[in-house]
Design a protein around this ligand. Sequence first.
Ligand code: PHE
Length: 374
Amino acid sequence: MSQTVQEPTVQQMIEDWNGTAVIQRHDPSTEAWIFIALHDARLGRPVGGTRLRSYPDRSAALRDAMRLAEGMTYKWAGIDVGLGGGKAVVDLPAPLEGEERELFFRRYGRLLEALSGAFATGVDLGTTPADMDVAAEETRFVFGRPPGSRTTVDPGPFTALGVISSMRAALAASTGSGSLEGRTVLVQGLGGVGLPLARMVAEAGGELIVSDMDEDRARTATDELGARSVAPEAIFDVRCDVFAPCAVGGILNDRSIPALRASTVVGSANNQLEAPRHAAALAERGILYAPDFIVNAGGALAFALLDRGVTDHEEIRSRVRGIGDALDEILRAASDRNEDTLAAAHRRIESRLAARPAIDDAGRDAEPAGVGGV
Ligand code: PHE
């Protein structure tokens, strides 16, 4: 039986959104639609990555931008660096390479420059440091470039460092030892964060299991790291100590949670919970969920430090490791108050956000509502 679900219009979505504003632009040469969702500027100007991919329709692209921008508000608030939440999504109908790609990022750079700093951006899924280097020739509003440098830093390894530090904190809280030695860790997705994370887990003596839609990528990891690989559709059959979602959002949902055979979830994917209530569902099953926007803030933190002129990578790495300590505080607060970990993480950031006035009191939900997935 097929049923047509009416997609909300872009206008409807903007009406319902609790964010600040949406900037939209059509790029005629590529037929791409660009959505820049500015979620919250109470703690500072909106900054977030630019995601580039093809979406089924424009509302799906805008929805992704809105959710990811909201996630950025939480991510920045968690590390308290005086920046606000925003995200750009480029809905590109066909793959873009070579000169055409370069020309697109030049135009994109000029768009950011025309917006005079209303939004600053950096690398995200589907975009590369090289793309950002091109954009940065046209604008001052690219993040992740040390002052005076002409190349963009890859945030992936910093994000991965924050994730593995969080894994240690989560394991310490649940088992009494933060060591990865002999622990089974399932890394889902071997992209910009998943691959460096898999390397770190293997180096730390973890039993590594990987999964990626792209068989070549999975094979490279198994060859290089001695990992076991499982097919994407079989990940919930795997018993493991830590499940590290580093691919798509919405992976923790009504279907996957009952099937999950992990004791802990600590990964880099944005918006892992399909809905906020899934945090409680995980807690009910006795699975420790480390809130994604706390765990995956390593790249953002590195970028914020670079922006402030901190260029020593060792110093940046040591600050990023502190994400494990932040998670530890959240886990303690959750257990002291007998609440789920998402609620504890929200309380931590809400107090920071609520200290500043919101734009209006139009009745929309100005509190962090939790970031739905996909
Ligand atoms: N996209 C990455 C993230 O969400 C890195 C990034 C952070 C890019 C902040 C721009 C700004 O963490």
